[in-house]
Design a protein. Structure first.
Lengths: 332, 320
């Protein structure tokens, strides 16, 4: 077990190294940079061309873009000294400074992270609350009308685009009852109920998408498990339905549900980007979206690296839970 | 001669399998049939959009801005006086093209990568899997937005970007299937006879993966359609004036929502219906095609109590 964890942690190193390369270089490939955006503003004010060039050079130097991109990458991860000769990069726990707000990226992310975490956790709770009863029910009553209605509902949850539903949810209450969701974030510590009220609608919309997927897995696995010999034995012994379902079938169904949690969390994070945007929640998804639009390179790379690292760690935790649930699994 | 006749036999067999599939679909899966009909309607709408749409998708009716649904404009008009029905119909074409093309690229790429990694294994697999790991843990939507920023908006670049991003991440599943298939006796026999690696992969492993590949493909189409809509909604997908359902919901659709709710309702409704239909069809297809779910042995008591149906199921399993 311990060797397995160590092996997995060691395998994380190359993965995260590749992630860091992807997130660093890809964003820099997008045409246009923050320097250009600021220069354009100067051009419109009829400033002489030499002055503009001087400003451009100063900006390029200030943003650290005057060296080659591999050197910039080296500075970013902290193996090449910065312009002032000090080493400050990922290895030193520094993700650089935002080009827009001039604050450290780590600080910005630390402020935004709890919002996404709360949204995600609530969405997961919503999703499982919907998925489990419906999934189990529709597997037990396969091909009955109850099954059809339950499955239709689950697929409906997947099919309705989150961004569409979110827009409708914002617009129609405001037409009918003049209700607008709060624009400013209400911190949980100040007003717990107001905070939950603010998060519950986005969390339901986000959770709906996830619930559809989970419900389908539960139904499929449940159908498979119900065909197993040991379930027939359980029926043959004359056990009650509740015991067969909960103790014999559900436990074995849980395993693939847990393994699917990893990819689902990723989908959740993707969905959170849009939901945060529409509901004006200042989470990490919205932060990265804004940063991409503004070409705030350190911010995009930093946010993506943090999100990816979280995903890698969560996947490891999922795999460990897998072994806990399924005693047949041996970690090698 | 011998070649052509054997080819015909194989063709007839596949044909009857396909018909058998649809007979089972209609008989056993009413929801799947509904889904199949929706899928078929989407395909036909996409193909015959030019004939179905009453107006062109960019035809301006300058005296009818934001007109409510009426006999002339069944679904109303948008803020530029364009007929919503025509735009929704042409949007179906965009969805069909993007959904099918991107899902094809993703499936081919993931099966190819999965087969290589699963069959070769060893160090090659270990290294490629680290890249897949890295690729998979970056949030797909942000990744796609950045890639679309690099290659520029447009339908072709969107198709390729979505196909590649999903194809790399999706190679895990085919890989695990290849790993389980390659231990089968017939693969070992083929190796013992001296078949080349390519021949084993294409003639022995690939045919056995086909049902799963078809299912994965049909499951990924709705995801691609939703992905296109999401990206177009965020402004990273297909640029206007091409009518994409996602694009129609963003920008003018959102800002005119209060005065003309139909602008935001129809494209979303079309999107939801289509994704619902394809998903239902894919589910039913999986239930029918997946060998693990075949037969009625050990089916839950409710079916058995009805007597006749349970008996039928048992019979079919013994004849199989």
């Amino acid at each position: 077990m311990l060797t397995y964890i160590i092996r997995r942690l060691l395998l994380m190193i190359p993965t995260l190294f590749i992630v860091s390369i992807i997130v660093f270089f890809l964003i820099r490939l997008i045409p246009g940079s923050i320097v250009e955006a600021q220069i354009v503003a100067l051009r419109q004010m009829n400033i002489p061309i030499e002055d503009i060039e001087a400003v451009r050079a100063a900006l390029v130097k200030q943003y650290g873009m005057d060296v080659s991109i591999p050197v910039q990458y080296g500075r970013w991860i902290g193996v090449v000294p910065q312009a002032d000769g000090s080493l400050s990069g990922i290895f030193q726990g520094d993700l650089g400074t935002s080009l827009i707000t001039k604050k450290p990226v780590v600080e910005e992310i630390a402020v935004r992270w709890p919002v996404t975490l709360e949204l995600g956790l609530m969405a997961i709770i919503v999703a499982q609350t919907i998925a489990f009863p419906i999934g189990i029910y529709s597997a037990l009553r396969q091909d009955t009308w109850g099954d059809y209605i339950a499955r239709s509902f689950a697929i409906f949850c997947i099919a309705v685009p989150g961004f569409w539903l979110a827009t409708l949810v914002i617009v129609f209450p405001s037409i009918w009852w003049g209700y607008m969701p709060p624009i400013m974030l209400i911190p949980f510590t100040e007003d717990p109920i107001g905070n939950l009220q603010m998060f519950i609608v986005p969390a339901i919309i986000l959770g709906m998408v996830m619930s559809g997927g989970t419900m389908r897995i539960i139904r499929t696995m449940m159908l498979e498990v119900l065909r197993q010999d040991y379930i027939r034995t359980a029926w043959g012994k004359g056990l009650r339905e509740r015991v067969v379902v909960l103790r014999h079938s559900l436990k074995n169904t849980l395993i693939p549900v847990v393994t699917m949690l990893g990819p689902q969390l990723l989908l959740l994070l993707g969905g959170a980007v849009i939901i945060e945007q529409i509901f004006c929640l200042p989470g990490i998804g919205r932060l990265s979206l804004d940063a991409i639009v503004n070409r705030d390179y350190p911010m995009v790379s930093g946010a993506l690296l943090i999100m990816s690292s979280a995903m890698v760690l969560l996947n490891l935790m999922v795999d460990l839970t897998y072994g806990y649930l399924d005693p047949r699994v041996h970690y090698k | 001669m011998a070649d052509s006749s054997s080819g015909r036999v194989a063709e007839r067999k596949r044909h009857s399998e396909l018909v058998g599939f649809f007979i089972r679909l209609v008989k056993e899966k009413p929801l799947g049939t509904v889904g199949g009909v929706i899928t078929l309607l989407l395909l036909l709408t996409g193909i015959f959009a030019d004939f179905l749409a009453p107006y062109g998708y960019n035809e301006l009716h300058t005296s009818d801005f934001l007109a409510a649904p009426s006999a002339r404009f069944w679904l109303g008009t948008d803020n530029l006086g364009r007929d919503m029905l025509s735009r929704v119909i042409f949007g179906a074409r965009v969805s069909v093209i993007v959904g099918l093309a991107a899902a094809t690229i993703a499936t081919v790429l993931s099966v190819f990568m999965g087969m290589l990694c699963g069959y070769i294994g060893g160090k090659f697999d270990l290294i490629v899997q680290r890249f897949v790991d890295a690729w998979m843990c970056i949030p797909w939507l942000i990744m796609l937005m950045i890639i679309m920023g690099v290659v520029g908006p447009g339908m072709l670049s969107l198709i390729i970007a979505m196909g590649v991003v999903n194809g790399l991440g999706g190679s895990r599943f085919p890989r695990s299937i290849v790993i389980s298939i390659k231990e089968n006796v017939y693969v070992r026999a083929a190796r013992a006879v001296g078949c080349s690696r390519t021949r084993i992969l294409t003639h022995h492993i690939l045919p056995n993966m086909m049902p799963i590949i078809i299912i994965t493909f049909s499951m990924s189409v709705p995801g691609m359609i939703l992905g296109e809509a999401t990206l177009s909604f965020l402004g990273f997908g297909i640029p206007p004036p091409t009518p994409s359902w996602g694009g129609m919901l963003s920008g003018s659709g959102r800002s005119n929502m209060f005065r003309a709710p139909w602008m935001a309702i129809w494209p979303g409704l079309a999107l939801a219906t289509v994704v619902y239909g394809i998903n239902m069809f894919g589910d039913a297809a999986r239930d029918i095609l997946d060998p693990r779910l075949r037969g009625g042995v050990g089916r839950y008591g409710v079916r058995a109590k009805k007597g006749k149906k349970g008996g039928d199921a048992n019979q079919s399993s013994t004849t199989q």
